[in-house]
Design a binder for this molecule. Sequence first.
Ligand code: SAH
Length: 357
Amino acid sequence: MEQINSEKIDVKSLTLEELKQEFAAIGEKAFRAGQVYDWMHVKLAESFEQMSNLSKIQRENFSNRYTYTVLQTVAVQESQIDGTRKFLFALADGNVVESVWMKYKHGNSVCISSQVGCRMGCRFCASTLDGLERNLTPSEMLEQIYSIIRITGERVSNVVVMGTGEPMDNFDNLLRFIKLLTDENGLNISQRNLTVSTCGLVPKMRELADRKLQITLALSLHATTDEKRRELMPIANKYSIKELMEVCQYYFEKTGRRITFEYSLVAGVNDTDEDAMQLSALAKPLCCHVNLIPVNPIKERDYVQPDSKQAQAFKNKLEKNRINVTIRREMGRDIDGACGQLRHKTIQGLPMETGRK
Ligand code: SAH
């Protein structure tokens, strides 16, 4: 596990078992570990100071001994259209990450970042414009959710790892994050309510399949030929669509979980009849769901969305081929919707409108 501060243990990234061992090593009683774990992951305490059933000396001792990850809220934007809120959080080292809170009828959903920046270089994505700064620790991933729960005062039922970063490029921390998030002694989010999205790092997808988790794996496909995919996503130079389809099949066999294909529709680039046909052919043999996302234009690139009629026509073509398909409802259009735009604007020193909290 990566630690920001190598001398101190990042206590919120430890499993309950590890915390028990750690406490045993420093002469604390085992039940203390349960208490502290509960304060961190259920009561969502913001410091040891708040842990009122610990003695003052213990609180001080723990505060000195451990890194206790919390995030500072730098900006909040709220959509006037649908209430979606976008948060910009500062980490202890001053880096910033963004997270999104979405309200749906079936429950609230949080979209988190897995890295500070990204090195995958997808052409249409704002998250990668400034490159990769560093991986997020498990506690920093968790804290995005915990902070949002504290701020909104509402429960979260779904988590999607679809913010900035490539989760498979931060694999060990991602696995630990999943373990902590879905732990019955913690927030206890069901694995089935967690989606991890990847641009397609095949060996890591295979490794994830072998873990046999019940999470949803989403593959950012975005093109139906290797040639076209390479134009949009540098990672396509490393792994072919054939390899991707094989590993998706493997994931389904190992976990029984339906894969999601994400497909950003870019006008004139990947929205032709032929694309619809080829996408159907790829989706057909797999147990999968296709999620069409009209590309969110970023000013650094000149990609444009197909109009809604065109997008609907593309969807209809897939449906005719009996593919399970949806067009993603756009949330927070008015608040720098596209991945990584808010962070990019902030670190470039560009003006941003901060909505009401
Ligand atoms: N790195 C992961 C997760 C982050 S992005 C991945 O690649 O899957 C979440 C999804 O949004 C991905 O499918 C990504 O390709 C897509 N995306 C990024 N920028 C976009 C944009 N400007 N418009 C539409 N979709 C975008």
